[in-house]
Design a protein around this ligand. Structure first.
Ligand code: SF4
Ligand code: SF4
Length: 399
């Protein structure tokens, strides 16, 4: 196992994400025997980092992780959990909820604790004086319940830079969506650099983009297999292994989380992390080429030439980032980022004057793209609807 030295802690570079455990489709119960088997295999091969979050698997992930880890000494592994500020629709007793998570994890302290899912939309709740989240969580750290404090982040580079500058010295690490596709699609390269420049550790989530880089379209996967026949070794590396090796090559990356749900997946990941396995120049080139082919959006370079002349003052590159994200996969992230905008700044506010289309050096038909984006956004899913269910769970847990 490859390890990272992070502030004197020896962390397995492969961390076990606990958000994708297999559940019974009817009861929603987690297959605990399978979780135990996967943990046993991972721990035997040196994995010592386990990442959960209060809302994962409808509140059951923390319990399943704790059950599997209860068979090992507490000082033989690190656990990470997250505060669900993005799931609140009213102020709550934050400290009571924090202690609920500790109890569910059967822990006296968290080695790593994160503010969950900071975006342009959720940051206002995290920073709200009324919600009082940041001071309460910092208090938990000061009282010794948290060893390392961080946050997971799904917003853009501008917010990341502002947030880290504002809270300089408060956080130890930042968890971002990082993989060879989002390196350019979500400007993860810029976010990686911002975190490193602030002297913090980079934690990686979605290394295979929700599995999409683990099972590539046949014509893209064939390019990777062709590389393998060129290198002449026997075992055929999986598509996922290339995605993980891309991350191993980034020196600021201290932790790569994989949400494993099958023993075979654990075995494959362990093979990739057994020792340093740098990409060759050729392999890197092919991966970047695959990333370009997988993108289905528009080639906006965020030059902002279109912005000054927009009579509505829309943040066009921001909206096009959301569009590109939607085009790759219908996830919650772009929807949350549009939720963060006032109605008059959302894509539907575009009046179709066409100024931006003429200003754009990339020839992007911005009004047509914004019309499509408005339609995709309308269809949902919308975060506000999910929060209702989550806040019910929180109310029950802290009552
Ligand atoms: S077409 Fe829409 S986005 Fe472009 S300048 Fe006009 S109002 Fe702004
Ligand atoms: S001018 Fe074109 S490339 Fe530049 S920010 Fe606007 S849409 Fe993007």
């Amino acid at each position: 196992m490859i390890y990272s030295d992070f502030n004197g802690q020896k962390l397995s570079k492969l961390g076990f994400g606990c958000m994708r455990f297999v559940t019974d489709p009817e009861t929603g119960e987690i297959d605990q025997a399978k979780v135990n088997a996967m943990f046993d295999l991972a721990i035997k091969e040196g994995v010592n980092y386990f990442d959960t979050a209060y809302p994962y698997l409808n509140g059951k992930s923390e319990l399943a992780m704790a059950e599997a880890l209860s068979r090992y000494p507490r000082d033989s592994y690190y656990i990470a959990d997250k505060f669900p500020g993005h799931s609140l629709n009213k102020p709550i007793d934050n400290i009571a909820l924090f202690h609920v998570s500790l109890r569910k994890c059967r822990a006296d302290y968290f080695d790593f604790y994160l503010l969950h899912n900071i975006t342009e939309w959720s940051v206002k709740y995290y920073e709200s004086e009324e919600y009082h989240i940041i001071p309460d969580i910092v208090q938990m750290k000061n009282e010794g319940y948290i060893k390392n404090l961080g946050f997971s982040f799904h917003g853009g580079p501008k917010l990341l830079e502002e947030f880290l500058t504002k809270y300089e010295g408060m956080f130890d690490f930042v968890q971002i969506q990082l993989n060879y596709l989002d390196w350019t699609l979500q400007d993860a390269k810029k976010k990686y650099e911002i975190i490193v420049n602030h002297g913090l550790g980079v934690w990686v989530m979605e290394p295979c983009r929700g599995g999409k880089l683990a099972v590539l379209p046949e014509e893209e996967s064939a390019k990777l297999r062709a590389l393998h026949s060129a290198d002449g070794t026997d075992a055929v590396p999986s598509d996922a292994s290339y995605a993980f090796r891309f991350l191993q090559d980034l020196p600021g990356v201290k932790m790569v989380l994989s949400g494993m749900n099958e023993v075979s997946q654990v075995e494959d990941n362990l093979r990739t992390f057994r020792q340093e396995w740098p990409l060759t120049e050729e392999e890197r080139k092919v991966l970047m080429d695959i990333a370009e082919n997988l993108k289905k959006g528009v080639p906006c370079t965020a030059c902002r030439y279109c912005c000054d002349g927009c009579p509505i003052g829309l943040n066009i590159p921001y909206l096009l980032e959301c569009y590109n994200d939607y085009k790759f996969a219908q996830t919650m992230t772009p929807s949350m980022r549009i939720d963060a905008l006032e109605d008059e700044k959302r894509p539907a506010a575009c009046i179709g004057c066409g100024q931006c289309k003429h200003a754009c050096p990339q020839g992007i038909d911005v009004p047509a793209v914004l019309a499509e984006l408005a339609e995709m956004y309308e269809k949902g899913p919308h975060w506000g609807e999910m929060i209702e269910a989550r806040s019910k769970l929180i109310d029950e847990d802290i009552s």
